[in-house]
Ligand binder design. Sequence first.
Ligand SMILES: Nc1nc2c(ncn2[C@@H]2O[C@H](COP(=O)(O)OP(=O)(O)OP(=O)(O)O)[C@@H](O)[C@H]2O)c(=O)[nH]1
Ligand SMILES: [Mg+2]
Length: 572
Amino acid sequence: MQAPGPRLEESKLEILARLADEARAPRIAREARAFADRVTEGLFYLACVGQFKRGKSTLLNAVMEEDQILPVGVVPVTAVVTVVRYGPHRHARIRFGGDDWRTVEVERLADFVTEERNPGNRKGVSAVELYLPNRLLEHGMCLVDTPGISSTFAGNTAVTKAFIPHVDAALVVLGADPPISADELALIKEVASQTDTFLLVVNKADRVAAEEERRQARQFMTRVLEKELPGKTARVFEVSAVERLTGAGPDRDWPALLSALETLAEQSGSSLVQAAERRASSLLSGRLRHQVIESRDALIRPVEDTERRVEMLRGCVAEAQQSLRDLSYLFDSEQDRMGQAFERSKSAFVEIAVPEAKQELMTTLASSPLRGSKLRTEAIHQAEEISHRWLDEWLANAQPEAERLYIQASKRFVELANGFLKKLADSGDSAFATLPRSVTPETGFRTRSRLYYSALSPLVMQTPVGGFLDLARSRSQQQRALEREIGEYLKTLITANANRIVNDFSDRVQESRWRFQNEVVCYLNELSSTAESALDRARHRFAEDEASVKAEVEELERILEDLGQFGGSDSR
Ligand SMILES: Nc1nc2c(ncn2[C@@H]2O[C@H](COP(=O)(O)OP(=O)(O)OP(=O)(O)O)[C@@H](O)[C@H]2O)c(=O)[nH]1
Ligand SMILES: [Mg+2]
């Protein structure tokens, strides 16, 4: 079969889609066409991403000045990605799998995009588009609502992660408290690795009444980002989406946020669309090249060789799973040991810190000239200051120790993983060329070895009651009462936060492990399924005649040659 050559008017993505059709890679063809359509229409995606329940959907509703058009709620809500784009009249359409689009009433969106009504996307929704006659969207900017990460619904995290390659610009929504979590940081880094255009929105500012607390949270966030994303600048906007929708409360950074969105919509569209085209071309051409090589090689070597290869790849997947299972036990015990060591360090700290911190509090109160409610407020303030100081000091010592333990525990895991990767690399198989050469505790355990702690938990910051009794007490009676009450409060602050730090640490180790396992196994699974389908195709050809095999090899060679224009690794 003589395939038509590239037509002059074809865009790169259209060429790619055509080559994918010719190579019978329908998924890649579909993805390339979807990207090509987007580029032709000049659409770019500003994705609203973040941890579950940060108020992403509410924020987009507020930006659109639409109350509840995107479903929101107190439990994890959004389960399916929803693209909000310009349309002369309000309407919505939905696609199931690879089927055609179906128009649905805007009011029925919740039936398809929410965890409650479409749990784990049981209905098989593959795309949702909401058209609104909104000025902000007129120039091609699309706002994308994504499911929140890190909730108990792991599927929601996976949906958002799978959408990341489509993100042209990001609106990262963080909470006013705690300032930033490990998962959020990892998400920001992932987004930042593919776009420089991201805005950080600190939502629910109405929840934190004290300006000082909000200022500290902002400062902390900026410090973390400067350190983690050197050279990148992200503007931080502090808002309350709910206040905006209800019209109550101050403007905060809302006007600045809207103006940043307007500027983005009007000025950055074409460069973001071009960047999307480049990203998609490189990603999809790489995947297609791999599939074509696999198919061609299956035709030019004896079928037994390909069968052996498929067996080898299946074996690799099984071996990877087995060694990860074996390592699991090993790591479990390392993790236990680590947990116990950290727990011991914490207990020793609490034992020393609590009485000494209480003593400090008493000395401060004794020398204070204040009395009545002023003395009480001062005592609470001092308890918070003192506990902060003690916890900070402990962390400064414990953190390097925790990191040392963490690297030590992961060492064996990393060694085994590296042994496995080396074996694959030594097999000389081209499919493994894109696997990482080796992992280190840093790259293998993605969630970094630096630990971050959010500000002290507000749960234990509640002001103790009893202030009214102060009125009836003498100065010394009041001081004794405060020593007792606020002393207890101080103890709670120290112990609760120390526990929180220990839990935070083990969560992070667990998460790093899970990510690494998932990545390796998913990657190998994909390699093995590509090889299997190449084998199937080869078998069909072999069942025909030699001429048919030859024609197919030539066709695949030509596709590879055409793929050369997309750059990337040499296909031979
Ligand atoms: N106080 C306050 N509550 C807010 C604000 N924004 C959102 N909320 C509330 O937070 C809850 C979660 O809001 P959603 O918009 O559903 O959050 P989401 O991030 O889209 O959640 P998922 O889709 O589950 O990830 C709802 O009860 C909202 O009313 C805000 O600015 N202030
Ligand atoms: Mg939502």
